[in-house]
Design a protein around this ligand. Structure first.
Ligand SMILES: NC(=O)c1ccc[n+]([C@@H]2O[C@H](COP(=O)([O-])OP(=O)(O)OC[C@H]3O[C@@H](n4cnc5c(N)ncnc54)[C@H](O)[C@@H]3O)[C@@H](O)[C@H]2O)c1
Length: 249
């Protein structure tokens, strides 16, 4: 049954994004799914058919501020105000900082940090006027404990955590909750890309995870489901590590 609320999910065609979209449909949200990958969005649209709630897809390069703002304006005109924003957009390669160039850094910063600022800013004003809203940003435990091979990515994810905390402080008076999910290794195309040159890596990771498995997109989506629900109304500025106990901070 519909809960009458609109959720915008960014990076929605990715592994975690798809898990979040399907979970929020199940929870009764009308879901707007935004991503740059049109083919994967179309596949997601098929997967979303079996739910009673409505799913619409919004192809967009979210590193482009104007495209993102225009898309959010169209979504709100068509579906109604965005009550929940879930930023799952992200991207990273694996390399040593010493070997990288500044074009690579700029791409990492544009996708993992700047794109999140654009979508957040685009929905914020309406949330402030309505005096309610839920925001969930995907960080990474790399942003809290660091990861070699992902130095600049870790910096952007640490930035996302600090961004969410500060935004949470600015907008608690408007009843807007801003929290982060900080996934541990999760079985998605991003993880497959990271381990492609070192398949043994996954076995080494799993040995360190108390629950002895990597996460599924559904594990991450369950945390989102809570963070966009009224059950989390008193929670803001928090970063929840969904990592099977790998990171406990
Ligand atoms: N998978 C993991 O192990 C893991 C671990 C820690 C954190 N995370 C974080 O969780 C989030 C989701 O990760 P995932 O594993 O699902 O990744 P993914 O690569 O499967 O999905 C990321 C999505 O972002 C989209 N995207 C990239 N650039 C874009 C752009 N310019 N405009 C619009 N969309 C764009 C991609 O098309 C893709 O669909 C990311 O923020 C990631 O950093 C993932």
């Amino acid at each position: 049954m519909s809960n009458g609320k609109v959720a915008l999910v960014t990076g929605a065609a990715g592994g975690i994004g798809q898990g979040v979209v399907l979970r929020l449909l199940k929870d009764g949200f009308t879901v707007a799914a935004m991503d740059i990958n049109e083919k994967a969005l179309a596949e997601l649209s098929q997967r979303g058919q079996s739910y009673k709630s409505t799913l619409s897809i919004w192809p967009c390069d979210q590193t482009n501020e104007k495209m993102t703002r225009d898309a959010v304006a169209k979504i709100e005109a068509k579906l109604g105000p965005v009550e929940a924003l879930v930023n799952t957009i992200g991207w990273v390669g694996t390399s040593r900082f010493a070997d990288e160039d500044s074009d690579y850094w700029r791409k990492v910063i544009a996708i993992n940090l700047e794109a999140v600022l654009y979508s957040t800013h685009a929905v914020l004003k309406g949330m402030v006027e309505r005096k309610r809203g839920k925001m969930v940003h995907f960080a990474s435990d790399a942003g809290r404990v660091g990861t070699s091979g992902e130095v600049v990515y870790s910096a952007t994810k640490g930035g996302i955590i600090a961004f969410a905390k500060s935004l949470a402080r600015e907008h608690a008076r408007h009843n807007i909750n801003v929290n982060c999910v900080s996934p541990g290794p999760t079985d998605t195309p991003l993880l497959q890309q990271e381990i492609k040159d070192d398949p043994e890596l996954i076995r080494r990771m799993v040995r360190l995870i108390p629950f002895r498995r990597v996460a599924t997109p559904e594990d991450q989506a369950a945390v989102v489901s809570f963070l966009v629900s009224p059950d989390s109304d008193y929670l803001t500025g928090q970063t929840i590590s969904c990592s099977g106990g790998l990171v406990m901070v």
